[in-house]
Write a protein that binds this ligand. Structure first.
Ligand SMILES: Nc1ncnc2c1ncn2[C@@H]1O[C@H](COP(=O)(O)OP(=O)(O)OP(=O)(O)O)[C@@H](O)[C@H]1O
Ligand SMILES: [Mg+2]
Length: 257
């Protein structure tokens, strides 16, 4: 059973950047899962999703529903069984460095119940094939309510230096408590805008504060140019800081050339 980590936080704090950079060091085989309908993780990893010809989970489900393969409107319970072989063949992007699954945008009216339910059941099954599973979340708390990844090892809450982040931590705890999430570790990580003052404040909140993601102008530049964050040099401040944070969280680091 692979170690399952989830990156969460408010909008634009650096959740996807953290996942992309962390993926450099996790032990292979590793699976990355993008729960954000914005689907930006693939770009950050240098994967042109359209070129892969893989389907998002949502579009695979849409196709299954269209063909009405015994699922019907009320057959959510049977979805994981129908979807499991489809995910492996049609949705899972594989590469020597990492595998990638994308939840995708839902093209029908209604909630995300069906793809969420499917992924909820699939994540524990899939994790058996990997050393590590790293999940990137959409902004805010809604994905926690949807309880897609709920039995996890590490919850990394990425923070910006604002009082909204203070409230955000409490809300994450309230929701995960009420919905009976199981996580082993609750980690706080400051983002690239963190000041010394913010660091001192969050170190003192009684939660495990692991450090901040250091600013690197090349992160922004790579994103703007559509270049993979995996191409950043090993001495990039952002890369170094993610490595240190993972070490503090007890991950053993993979050596890169
Ligand atoms: N360490 C860093 N140094 C410089 N810029 C950074 C760093 N981390 C993130 N950024 C920039 O901050 C912006 C937001 O980052 P990112 O997309 O990772 O956030 P997010 O939390 O995933 O956003 P969203 O909520 O939209 O999914 C991007 O423009 C990114 O380039
Ligand atoms: Mg993101």
């Amino acid at each position: 059973m692979g170690r399952i980590a989830v990156s969460t936080g408010r909008g634009g704090v650096g959740k996807s950047t953290f996942v992309a950079l962390a993926s450099r060091y996790l032990d292979p085989p590793k699976l990355l899962i993008d729960l954000d309908p914005d689907e930006s993780l693939a770009d950050m990893l240098g994967v042109d999703w359209n070129e892969t010809r893989k389907k998002t989970i949502s579009s695979a489900l849409h196709d299954i529903m269209k063909q009405d393969r015994g699922v019907g409107r009320t057959g959510y319970a049977s979805l994981p069984n129908v979807l499991r072989p489809v995910v492996k063949d049609d949705c899972l992007y594989r590469s020597p460095e990492f595998d990638l699954l994308t939840l995708g945008t839902k093209f029908t009216v209604g909630c995300y119940c069906a793809p969420d339910a499917a992924l909820r059941d699939l994540i524990p099954l899939l994790s058996k094939n990997y050393e590590a599973v790293l999940v990137d979340s959409p902004a805010g708390l809604e994905h926690l309510n949807r309880k897609v990844a709920a039995d996890i090892d590490d919850l990394f809450v990425i923070l910006d230096p604002s009082d909204k982040s203070v409230k955000h931590i409490q809300r994450v705890k309230d929701i995960t408590g009420q919905l009976k999430f199981s996580y082993k570790n609750f980690y706080l990580v400051g983002n690239h805008r963190f000041t010394q003052e913010a660091q001192e404040y969050f170190q003192d909140t009684g939660n495990a504060y692991l450090g901040k993601l250091d600013f690197d102008p090349n992160v922004k530049q790579h994103n703007l140019e559509g270049r993979s964050l995996l191409e950043l040099p090993e001495n990039s401040p952002a890369v170094v800081s993610v490595r240190e944070i993972l070490t503090k969280a007890g991950y053993t680091m993979q050596q890169r050339d």
